[in-house]
Structures are given as C-alpha cells and as structure tokens.
Design a protein around this ligand. Structure first.
Ligand code: LLP
Length: 428
C-alpha cells in the first residue's frame, strides 16, 4: 500500500486548496462548515451537480432521467428538474418527494419490481411520464386500475427486459437468464410474451423498452455488449424509445478512472447504430451515481485515536455505517484526508471507524492520513454523494446527518440534522 497524497481530482469540481492546504468548496471553507453545522455533515457542490445534469441532458437529450435513489431530497429533485432532467423514482416515497419539490408528474419515470396498487394509482392519477412495467402481475394491476377508473389516461409504459448480461468492472458475467427479480427475461421468451400483452392491451400505451445492466460499471464495452443483445429484441418491435438504464461507474479511490457521461452516451449511441437501431429512436438513460457521487463529501470529527502496537491504529469518527453503509455492505473503498492539510503528505496508515456498536463499522479500512492527525480534527471522505445519505439509517439511534449545498460562497441547509426528538417522532 502506497501512502500517497489525496488525488485532488476526487474532490468536487469547485474545490480550491489554499497555500496552507485549507479546502474550500463552492467558495466556502470546509472547516467553517463543520464548525457551523456540526459533524457528520454531507456537503454537496451545487455547481458540480448542475454541470453533471447538464452533461447528461447534452449527451442523451430530453428524457434522460436522474436516478433519485442515489440521493434525493426536495432540493436535489428541484435542481435536476431545473437542469432539464426527468426523475427516475422507484417507489411511491421517491415519487412523493419529487412531486413535493414541484417536479411535474409527466417528468417522472416510475420503476419498481413490486409496485403496489397504491403506487400505480398515484402514478396514474398524477400522470407520470413513464411507468416501467416489470412483471405480468403489474400488467394485470395496471389494466385493472385503468379500466376501473374510466377517467384515467392510458399510461405510456416501457417494458423492462433482462438481457442476460451482467456487467462487472473487468469481465462479463452471464447471469442465469432466469435469475433476476427485475424485468422480463429475453432468453426464455418471457419478454416477447410481455410485449405482446402490452401491445394488445387497451389500457396502456407501449412506447419503448428499458434495460439496466448493473451499477458502478467502468467498462463501456459492457454497455456495448448489452446493446447488442437488447437490439435483437428491440428492433423487430419497431418502438420509439429505448432506455439503457444507469450504471456508469465513478472513481472512488486513487488509481481508478471512469468514463464521462458524454463518453458513455457516445459509446451507447454508436453501439445502437451498429446494432441496427433506428437513428430516430429516442435513446435515454438514468444515471444516478455519475451525477451525484463526486459532488459530495462527508465531514466527520475525530473522537479517539487508539493505537494497538504492532496491530493497527483505529481512528474513530462521529458517524459511520449509519451515514455510509457502503463499506459494510459492499466492501467499498474510500479515501480519507484532513481538510486542514488537503493534498499534503499522508504518511500515517490507520483504519477509520465509526461510532456504532459493531466491529464491521468501518469507514475506510486502510486510510492514508497526515501523521499529526489528532483528536478534534475534521476528517473528510470524498465521493460520498451517492448512496450514502440515501441509504443512511438511525442505527444505534444516531441522528441522521444534515445535507448542505454550497455555491458561490454561500451554504444552504437542504436537509436539517435529525434531533433526539426526531428519534421519538414515530413512537406510538
Ligand atoms: N436505473 C435503474 C433501473 C436502477 O436500478 C439503478 C440503480 C439506476 C438506474 C441508477 O444506477 P447508477 O447510475 O446510480 O449506478 N446501493 C448501491 C447501488 C444500487 C443501484 C441500484 N440501481 C451502491 O451503493 O453501490
């Protein structure tokens, strides 16, 4: 393991490091943010978020959706909508938040492998832009709901297919075609049967096909492979729209490199063309992580430094698996640094852990940190803008961390910190 300085390209776009090593984002000093708002704290670079949204719209055109599961609050839904993105919502709850932010329902794309009748009714009544149909039971449910209320408009639906390709970072793994809870399998004929039913249905308007092959994909070749399989199914249907899902990877740690949204779109477009997909097809996608991950960072405060001679040093911070469950769930790696010495030497190897009651509560297993790190220091982890806040929990009754957007020298709280009283709010 090499003890290298923090690769500065992992920081949000408007980050600046002063001569003394102090980090500012959006023109706001990061240490001041920690003092003013407390820790743990999610900090998002608003300009970075907006640029990524614009890049997605420029790359894919109208219809490209932000996958809200990566990070959602009203401010984020508003921002993505303002920048011209649709919003991919996968539950009634996500739909509720997006609509509460004022996103028009026709800009919503509803996903889910088990949409309840209530969720479907909400989408139908509001006039959701697209419903991505995922099962035969859902087709039954939709037909029943639409025919039961004559006033309801026929929803425009996409058919979600499982192309039998699972993309991994460095290889293709053909999953057993039958082994996915999502969508309709192409290989067994299930997808063709669903297409037939949807076309014949008087209750829905089948406008296109959808496929999502995985997440955190670095290899654009994985998308090319998927498009080849999808095209065989899609072309004969002569439908107007194809959504290739999300999944573009991002760099989290030293040494990783990811394609841009623009490069992704270009590759997908050219694969579609080679595979015989008509150029007038409305080609869309649903990036989540690629829009928000690198825009965010998390600030913690160091509470204890425990040196176990000959074993390791544990640096405990005031958050952990409740604000970032990804290391525990997926073994995900992150970088760590001190915003008072950004870009400086990190010659001290330690394990950054949270404050939760389990040994697995690791934030960064092998963190390179400055040797003079001490109790009271603010410690930051970059690239925590995706699937951190959105998968946060109250484990051990730790109040959830707030979210601050920074831009042009101003910070605004878009999600406030939970209080101890909030922890009692749902008790009957
Ligand atoms: N569209 C669909 C249908 C999806 O299922 C997903 C992610 C996306 C779009 C957005 O994918 P993205 O561009 O963010 O990769 N919790 C995991 C990631 C789960 C992704 C689930 N679906 C993590 O923290 O890595």
């Amino acid at each position: 393991m090499t003890l290298t300085p923090l690769p500065l390209h992992l920081l949000p776009m408007t980050s600046r490091v002063s001569d003394e090593g102090l980090l500012s984002v959006g023109g706001v000093d990061v240490l001041d943010l920690a003092t003013e708002h407390g820790t743990p704290l999610f900090v998002y670079d608003e300009e970075h978020l907006r640029r990524r949204c614009r890049e997605a719209v420029a790359a894919f055109g109208d219809g490209v959706a932000y996958a809200a599961k990566a990070f959602l609050c009203r401010a984020m839904a508003t921002l993505a909508h303002e920048e011209g993105m649709c919003i991919d919502v996968s539950t009634g709850g996500e739909m509720h938040v997006a609509m509460a932010a004022g996103v028009p329902a026709d800009r919503l794309v509803l996903h889910g492998n088990n949409k309840s009748a209530d969720e479907l009714a909400l989408a139908l009544d509001a006039g959701a832009g697209r419903i991505v149909v995922d099962s035969f039971d859902e087709i039954d449910r939709l037909e029943h709901l639409v025919s039961a209320a004559r006033s309801r408009r026929r929803p425009q639906v996409l058919l979600r297919i499982t192309p039998g390709i699972e993309a991994h970072t460095h290889e293709y793994v053909r999953t057993g075609q039958d082994d996915s809870k999502f969508g309709f399998t192409v290989a067994t004929g299930m997808a063709a049967e669903a297409a037939r039913r949807l076309r014949e249905s008087a209750s829905v308007d089948l406008v296109g096909v959808h496929a999502h092959i995985g997440s955190q994909i670095f290899l654009l070749a994985s998308f090319v492979k998927a498009v080849e399989v999808i095209a065989d199914f899609f072309v004969p249907l002569e439908l107007a729209e194809l959504c290739v899902g999300g999944g573009l990877g991002v760099a989290y740690v030293e040494g990783e490199e990811a394609p841009t949204i623009g490069q992704w779109a270009e590759t997908v477009r050219s694969a579609c063309s080679s595979a015989g997909i008509a150029p007038e097809t409305r080609l869309t996608a649903e990036p989540g992580r690629a829009v928000v991950a690198a825009a965010g960072l998390t600030l913690y405060r160091v509470g204890t430094v425990k040196d176990l001679p000959g074993i390791r040093t544990y640096v405990s911070v005031d958050g952990g698996m409740s604000d970032n469950p990804r290391p525990v769930l997926y073994g995900s790696g992150y970088e760590a640094f001190l915003p008072r010495a950004t870009g400086g030497e990190r010659s001290f190897l330690a394990t950054v852990v949270g404050k939760h009651c389990e040994s697995g509560d690791v934030v960064v297993r092998d963190a390179c940190l400055p040797a003079d790190l001490g109790v009271g220091d603010v410690l930051a982890t970059p690239v925590t803008g995706a699937y951190g806040h959105s998968m946060a929990s109250n484990y051990n009754k730790v109040p959830r961390a707030p979210v601050v957007f920074v831009r042009d020298g101003e910070a605004r709280v878009v999600v406030r910190r939970e209080t101890y009283d909030d922890l009692l709010r749902l008790d009957a």
